[in-house]
Design a protein around this ligand. Structure first.
Ligand code: ECB
Length: 135
């Protein structure tokens, strides 16, 4: 059975997030707010279909996808770019490629026990976020 990402996940660490914010040209003031946020992830997974919400007191971000199906993603409220996004599986890992203005953009997500790991990368920058299952 593939990894089950369903649930609510609370951020416990967010390493090098500001490097990502800089790499996607987020202004100083927004970076200062964004880098101190605790994020919560809500995931509803039905087979290959995912509905995801990343929530915070400052902004929320929702993106839905189906494994293997490319779609146009608008990073609304983040850097407001349009990218062509595909999420695939590599074993139990989800691997996302976001083709667009910024090279080497995407993320990888996987589970370790009751922890969800998310590695976000853009250009030569890598951020590692960890979330703990809460529901
Ligand atoms: C939405 C909470 C963070 C709000 C930060 C506001 C402004 C900063 C501008 C850009 C931030 C760049 C990335 C945001 C990091 C996380 C949000 C979503 C990452 C994502 O797509 O996660 C996937 C995998 O978990 C959702 O399916």
């Amino acid at each position: 059975m593939p990894a089950d990402y369903n649930g609510r996940w609370e951020m416990v660490s967010n390493d090098k997030f500001e490097d990502i914010l800089k790499a996607i040209d987020i202004d100083f003031a927004t970076r200062k707010i964004a880098s101190h946020l605790s994020q919560t992830k809500e995931i509803v997974q039905d087979g290959d279909k995912f509905e995801t919400k990343t929530l915070s007191t400052f902004r929320n971000y929702e993106v839905n996808f189906t494994i293997g199906e490319e779609f146009e993603e608008h990073t609304k409220g983040l850097d407001n770019r349009k990218v062509m996004t595909t999420v695939t599986r590599d074993g139990d890992k989800l691997v996302c490629v976001q083709k667009g203005e910024k090279d080497n953009r995407g993320w990888k997500q996987w589970l370790e026990g009751d922890m969800l790991h998310l590695e976000i990368h853009v250009l030569d920058k890598v951020c590692h976020q960890v979330f703990k299952k809460s529901q």
